[in-house]
Ligand binder design. Structure first.
Ligand SMILES: CC(C)(COP(=O)(O)OP(=O)(O)OC[C@H]1O[C@@H](n2cnc3c(N)ncnc32)[C@H](O)[C@@H]1OP(=O)(O)O)[C@@H](O)C(=O)NCCC(=O)NCCS
Length: 174
C-alpha cells in the first residue's frame, strides 16, 4: 500500500538489522508495554510475531518505509487484542523519524485499509496517559477517548474510532 511519502508492506528478513536499531531505542520502547528498548532477540521475535499474525488473521502490522529513500521508519498496522476481542491500531517509529508526520500518514492509511477490507464496527488504540505524541496521532486519525482500562499490567486509555459509515453504539443499559 502506498501513500504520498510511504510504502506500507509486510516485513522481510532484510528489514531485521534496521528494525533492531529502531526497536532497540529506549525512547521507542518505553511507551510500549515492555517499557524499554527491545533487545535484538526480542525484535526478531516481534517481527516473527507480526508475520504469524498476518498468516493467522489476514491483517497485521506493516513495515513503514519512506518511498524516496527506501529507509525503514518503523511499523504501523492492526493487531487482534485477545483480551477485549477488539482490533488495535498500533505504530512505532525510530526516534529520528518523529516530527515529520509519518506516523499520522501511516495511521490514516491503515484505518482506511481497515474500513475497506475488515468488517469491524470500530478500531481501538491503547495508550499510556502521558504518551502525548501517540494521543495526537490517534486523534488525527479520527479516534476519541472512550475509557480507562487495565491491560498488560498497565493503566491505559482506550481510544475508539467507529468505521466511517457507523455510529458508535450507546453504552449498554443495565
Ligand atoms: C507515537 C509516534 C509514532 C508519534 O510520532 P510523531 O512524530 O509525534 O507523529 P507524526 O509522525 O504523526 O508527526 C507529527 C509531527 O510532525 C509534524 N510534521 C512535520 N512535517 C509534517 C508533514 N509533512 N505532515 C504532517 N505533519 C508534519 C507535525 O506538525 C507534528 O509535529 P508536533 O509533534 O510538533 O505537533 C512516536 O512518538 C513513537 O514511535 N513513539 C514510541 C512508540 C509509541 O508510543 N507507540 C504508540 C503506543 S500507543
Amino acid at each position: 500500500m502506498e501513500t504520498d511519502r510511504l510504502l506500507l508492506r509486510p516485513f522481510a528478513a532484510g528489514d531485521l538489522p534496521a528494525y533492531r536499531l529502531l526497536m532497540g531505542q529506549d525512547e521507542v520502547g518505553e511507551q510500549l508495554p515492555r517499557g524499554r528498548g527491545f533487545t535484538a532477540e526480542e525484535t526478531d521475535r516481534l517481527a516473527q510475531f507480526w508475520s504469524d499474525h498476518w498468516t493467522q488473521h489476514g491483517y497485521g502490522p506493516f513495515a513503514v518505509v519512506e518511498r524516496s529513500s527506501g529507509t525503514l521508519l518503523g511499523h504501523c498496522g492492526l493487531k487482534a487484542v485477545e483480551e477485549t476481542g477488539e482490533v488495535e491500531l498500533l505504530y512505532a517509529l525510530g526516534r529520528e523519524h518523529w516530527g515529520e508526520g509519518f506516523a499520522t500518514e501511516a495511521a490514516r492509511a491503515c484505518v482506511a485499509w481497515a474500513d475497506m477490507v475488515l468488517d469491524l464496527p470500530w478500531l481501538v488504540g491503547f495508550v499510556k496517559p502521558d504518551n502525548v505524541r501517540s494521543i495526537a496521532v490517534l486523534t488525527r486519525a479520527g479516534f476519541a477517548p472512550a475509557d480507562q482500562v487495565h491491560l498488560w499490567g498497565l493503566d491505559l486509555i482506550r481510544y475508539r474510532r467507529p468505521r466511517e459509515d457507523q455510529a458508535m453504539p450507546e453504552p449498554s443499559s443495565p
